[in-house]
Design a protein. Structure first.
Length: 248
Protein backbone atom coordinates (compact mmCIF):
# COMPACT_ATOMS: atom_id res chain seq x y z
CA UNK A 1 0.00 0.00 0.00
CA UNK A 2 1.27 3.43 -0.91
CA UNK A 3 1.21 5.83 2.03
CA UNK A 4 0.55 9.17 0.37
CA UNK A 5 -3.02 10.31 0.86
CA UNK A 6 -4.07 7.44 3.11
CA UNK A 7 -5.68 7.66 6.58
CA UNK A 8 -4.37 5.90 9.69
CA UNK A 9 -5.21 5.29 13.33
CA UNK A 10 -2.32 4.82 15.77
CA UNK A 11 -2.91 3.61 19.34
CA UNK A 12 -0.49 4.17 22.20
CA UNK A 13 0.35 7.32 20.29
CA UNK A 14 1.24 9.55 23.24
CA UNK A 15 4.75 8.17 23.57
CA UNK A 16 7.41 5.73 22.41
CA UNK A 17 6.62 3.42 19.51
CA UNK A 18 3.25 5.01 18.90
CA UNK A 19 4.56 8.55 18.64
CA UNK A 20 7.36 7.47 16.31
CA UNK A 21 4.85 5.63 14.12
CA UNK A 22 2.45 8.58 13.99
CA UNK A 23 5.30 10.91 13.08
CA UNK A 24 6.52 8.55 10.33
CA UNK A 25 3.04 8.36 8.81
CA UNK A 26 2.41 12.11 8.99
CA UNK A 27 5.75 12.83 7.32
CA UNK A 28 4.81 10.39 4.54
CA UNK A 29 1.62 12.28 3.74
CA UNK A 30 -0.79 10.13 5.76
CA UNK A 31 -3.67 11.69 7.70
CA UNK A 32 -3.28 10.39 11.24
CA UNK A 33 -5.57 10.01 14.24
CA UNK A 34 -3.52 9.51 17.40
CA UNK A 35 -5.27 7.52 20.14
CA UNK A 36 -4.11 7.17 23.75
CA UNK A 37 -5.43 7.31 27.30
CA UNK A 38 -2.99 10.12 28.06
CA UNK A 39 -3.63 13.59 26.74
CA UNK A 40 -0.98 14.67 24.29
CA UNK A 41 -0.70 17.49 21.76
CA UNK A 42 -1.01 15.97 18.28
CA UNK A 43 1.81 16.13 15.78
CA UNK A 44 1.53 18.56 12.91
CA UNK A 45 -0.97 17.16 10.47
CA UNK A 46 -2.46 14.74 13.00
CA UNK A 47 -5.56 14.64 15.22
CA UNK A 48 -5.84 13.24 18.74
CA UNK A 49 -8.60 11.53 20.71
CA UNK A 50 -8.41 10.10 24.23
CA UNK A 51 -9.64 6.50 24.41
CA UNK A 52 -8.98 3.25 26.25
CA UNK A 53 -8.44 0.37 23.81
CA UNK A 54 -10.32 -2.00 26.11
CA UNK A 55 -13.47 0.13 25.97
CA UNK A 56 -15.67 -0.84 22.98
CA UNK A 57 -17.64 2.42 22.99
CA UNK A 58 -14.55 4.60 23.28
CA UNK A 59 -12.83 2.82 20.41
CA UNK A 60 -15.98 2.96 18.29
CA UNK A 61 -15.93 6.71 18.84
CA UNK A 62 -12.26 6.85 17.85
CA UNK A 63 -12.88 4.98 14.61
CA UNK A 64 -15.93 7.13 13.89
CA UNK A 65 -13.77 10.21 14.43
CA UNK A 66 -11.25 8.96 11.87
CA UNK A 67 -14.00 8.24 9.35
CA UNK A 68 -15.63 11.63 9.91
CA UNK A 69 -12.35 13.52 9.66
CA UNK A 70 -10.71 11.57 6.85
CA UNK A 71 -13.58 9.87 5.04
CA UNK A 72 -11.85 6.48 5.25
CA UNK A 73 -9.44 4.37 7.28
CA UNK A 74 -6.65 2.42 5.59
CA UNK A 75 -3.99 1.77 8.24
CA UNK A 76 -3.90 0.70 11.88
CA UNK A 77 -0.68 0.66 13.89
CA UNK A 78 -1.55 -0.69 17.32
CA UNK A 79 1.08 0.12 19.95
CA UNK A 80 -1.05 0.45 23.10
CA UNK A 81 0.08 -1.86 25.88
CA UNK A 82 1.15 -2.13 29.50
CA UNK A 83 3.45 -4.23 31.63
CA UNK A 84 3.28 -5.18 35.31
CA UNK A 85 6.23 -7.34 36.37
CA UNK A 86 5.25 -9.65 39.21
CA UNK A 87 6.27 -13.14 40.27
CA UNK A 88 3.65 -15.84 40.69
CA UNK A 89 4.59 -16.02 44.38
CA UNK A 90 5.81 -13.06 46.42
CA UNK A 91 8.68 -13.07 48.89
CA UNK A 92 6.26 -14.19 51.58
CA UNK A 93 5.03 -17.05 49.39
CA UNK A 94 1.66 -15.42 48.76
CA UNK A 95 0.05 -15.84 45.34
CA UNK A 96 0.08 -12.93 42.91
CA UNK A 97 -3.29 -11.09 42.83
CA UNK A 98 -5.33 -12.35 39.91
CA UNK A 99 -6.56 -8.89 38.94
CA UNK A 100 -2.98 -7.86 38.09
CA UNK A 101 -2.67 -10.70 35.56
CA UNK A 102 -6.15 -10.05 34.18
CA UNK A 103 -5.50 -6.32 33.67
CA UNK A 104 -2.40 -6.92 31.54
CA UNK A 105 -4.21 -9.48 29.41
CA UNK A 106 -7.25 -7.18 29.13
CA UNK A 107 -5.19 -4.29 27.77
CA UNK A 108 -2.59 -6.10 25.68
CA UNK A 109 -4.66 -8.91 24.19
CA UNK A 110 -8.35 -8.06 24.42
CA UNK A 111 -7.60 -4.40 23.73
CA UNK A 112 -5.73 -5.44 20.60
CA UNK A 113 -8.61 -7.57 19.33
CA UNK A 114 -11.14 -4.84 20.16
CA UNK A 115 -9.18 -2.33 18.10
CA UNK A 116 -8.63 -4.74 15.22
CA UNK A 117 -12.28 -5.71 14.83
CA UNK A 118 -13.47 -2.09 14.73
CA UNK A 119 -10.74 -0.87 12.38
CA UNK A 120 -11.21 -3.86 10.08
CA UNK A 121 -14.91 -3.05 9.75
CA UNK A 122 -14.02 0.53 8.78
CA UNK A 123 -11.37 -0.64 6.30
CA UNK A 124 -13.82 -3.00 4.68
CA UNK A 125 -15.77 0.01 3.38
CA UNK A 126 -12.85 0.99 1.16
CA UNK A 127 -12.66 0.27 -2.53
CA UNK A 128 -9.39 -0.35 -4.31
CA UNK A 129 -8.37 -1.26 -7.84
CA UNK A 130 -5.99 -3.93 -6.54
CA UNK A 131 -8.41 -5.08 -3.81
CA UNK A 132 -6.14 -4.02 -0.92
CA UNK A 133 -8.43 -2.23 1.51
CA UNK A 134 -6.28 -1.98 4.62
CA UNK A 135 -3.17 -2.90 6.57
CA UNK A 136 -3.05 -3.71 10.28
CA UNK A 137 0.26 -3.68 12.18
CA UNK A 138 0.15 -5.12 15.70
CA UNK A 139 2.75 -5.02 18.47
CA UNK A 140 3.84 -8.10 20.40
CA UNK A 141 7.20 -8.51 22.13
CA UNK A 142 10.06 -10.99 22.19
CA UNK A 143 8.72 -11.75 25.66
CA UNK A 144 6.09 -13.78 23.80
CA UNK A 145 8.92 -16.22 23.01
CA UNK A 146 11.52 -15.54 25.73
CA UNK A 147 9.44 -14.41 28.69
CA UNK A 148 11.53 -13.75 31.78
CA UNK A 149 10.89 -14.33 35.46
CA UNK A 150 8.10 -12.01 36.56
CA UNK A 151 6.74 -11.64 33.03
CA UNK A 152 4.03 -14.30 33.07
CA UNK A 153 1.18 -11.85 32.43
CA UNK A 154 3.08 -9.80 29.87
CA UNK A 155 4.40 -12.85 28.00
CA UNK A 156 0.96 -14.47 27.99
CA UNK A 157 -0.71 -11.34 26.63
CA UNK A 158 1.90 -10.80 23.92
CA UNK A 159 1.92 -14.52 23.12
CA UNK A 160 -1.80 -14.15 22.48
CA UNK A 161 -1.12 -11.37 19.98
CA UNK A 162 1.43 -13.58 18.22
CA UNK A 163 -0.99 -16.50 18.23
CA UNK A 164 -3.86 -14.59 16.64
CA UNK A 165 -1.79 -12.87 13.93
CA UNK A 166 -2.11 -15.65 11.34
CA UNK A 167 -5.79 -16.41 12.06
CA UNK A 168 -6.61 -12.71 11.77
CA UNK A 169 -4.72 -12.47 8.47
CA UNK A 170 -6.53 -15.52 7.11
CA UNK A 171 -9.89 -14.25 8.36
CA UNK A 172 -9.47 -10.81 6.80
CA UNK A 173 -7.76 -11.93 3.59
CA UNK A 174 -11.03 -12.18 1.66
CA UNK A 175 -11.71 -8.55 2.56
CA UNK A 176 -8.35 -7.37 1.22
CA UNK A 177 -6.96 -6.51 4.66
CA UNK A 178 -3.47 -7.61 5.68
CA UNK A 179 -2.30 -8.24 9.25
CA UNK A 180 1.27 -8.50 10.52
CA UNK A 181 2.92 -8.17 13.92
CA UNK A 182 6.19 -6.68 15.09
CA UNK A 183 7.80 -8.27 18.16
CA UNK A 184 10.27 -5.68 19.47
CA UNK A 185 13.18 -6.48 21.71
CA UNK A 186 14.42 -3.98 24.30
CA UNK A 187 13.47 -0.53 23.01
CA UNK A 188 14.09 2.89 24.47
CA UNK A 189 10.49 3.65 25.44
CA UNK A 190 8.74 5.02 28.54
CA UNK A 191 8.57 1.46 29.92
CA UNK A 192 12.30 1.82 30.62
CA UNK A 193 12.14 5.46 31.69
CA UNK A 194 12.32 4.64 35.40
CA UNK A 195 15.62 2.78 35.05
CA UNK A 196 19.00 4.36 35.67
CA UNK A 197 21.34 5.16 32.78
CA UNK A 198 23.61 2.39 34.05
CA UNK A 199 20.86 -0.22 33.94
CA UNK A 200 19.69 0.96 30.51
CA UNK A 201 23.24 0.71 29.18
CA UNK A 202 23.54 -2.78 30.66
CA UNK A 203 20.32 -3.86 28.96
CA UNK A 204 21.49 -2.48 25.63
CA UNK A 205 24.82 -4.28 25.94
CA UNK A 206 22.97 -7.61 26.05
CA UNK A 207 21.86 -7.17 22.44
CA UNK A 208 24.27 -9.05 20.13
CA UNK A 209 24.19 -6.40 17.40
CA UNK A 210 23.75 -3.53 17.52
CA UNK A 211 24.67 -3.55 21.25
CA UNK A 212 22.20 -0.87 22.30
CA UNK A 213 18.53 -0.27 22.99
CA UNK A 214 16.24 -0.17 19.98
CA UNK A 215 15.03 3.21 18.81
CA UNK A 216 11.30 3.89 18.34
CA UNK A 217 12.09 5.20 14.85
CA UNK A 218 13.35 1.72 13.93
CA UNK A 219 10.01 0.24 14.93
CA UNK A 220 8.27 2.86 12.78
CA UNK A 221 10.55 2.00 9.87
CA UNK A 222 9.55 -1.66 10.14
CA UNK A 223 5.88 -0.71 10.32
CA UNK A 224 6.30 1.28 7.12
CA UNK A 225 7.94 -1.69 5.41
CA UNK A 226 4.98 -3.88 6.35
CA UNK A 227 2.49 -1.34 5.04
CA UNK A 228 4.30 -0.84 1.75
CA UNK A 229 5.13 -4.52 1.05
CA UNK A 230 1.91 -6.21 -0.08
CA UNK A 231 3.39 -9.70 0.34
CA UNK A 232 3.92 -9.25 4.09
CA UNK A 233 0.86 -10.87 5.63
CA UNK A 234 0.21 -13.15 8.60
CA UNK A 235 3.81 -12.78 9.77
CA UNK A 236 5.39 -12.00 13.14
CA UNK A 237 8.72 -10.18 12.77
CA UNK A 238 11.22 -10.07 15.61
CA UNK A 239 12.94 -6.69 15.77
CA UNK A 240 15.54 -7.38 18.44
CA UNK A 241 19.14 -7.32 17.18
CA UNK A 242 19.30 -11.13 17.60
CA UNK A 243 18.59 -10.88 21.34
CA UNK A 244 17.31 -13.97 23.12
CA UNK A 245 16.42 -13.05 26.68
CA UNK A 246 17.77 -15.03 29.62
CA UNK A 247 15.46 -16.19 32.44
CA UNK A 248 16.15 -12.98 34.38
Amino acid sequence: MQLEGKAALVTGAASGLGTASARMLAQAGVRVLMVDRSETPPLDGALFIAADVTNPHAMEAAVDTALSAFGALHILIHCAGIGHPMRVLGKDGAAMPLDSFARVVQVNLIGTYNTVRLCAAAMNRNTSANQEKGVIVLTASIAAFDGQIGQASYAASKGGVVGMTLPLARDLARHGIRVATIAPGIFDTPMLAGLSDEVRASLGAQVPYPPRLGRPEEYAQMARSIIENEMLNGEVIRLDGALRMAPR
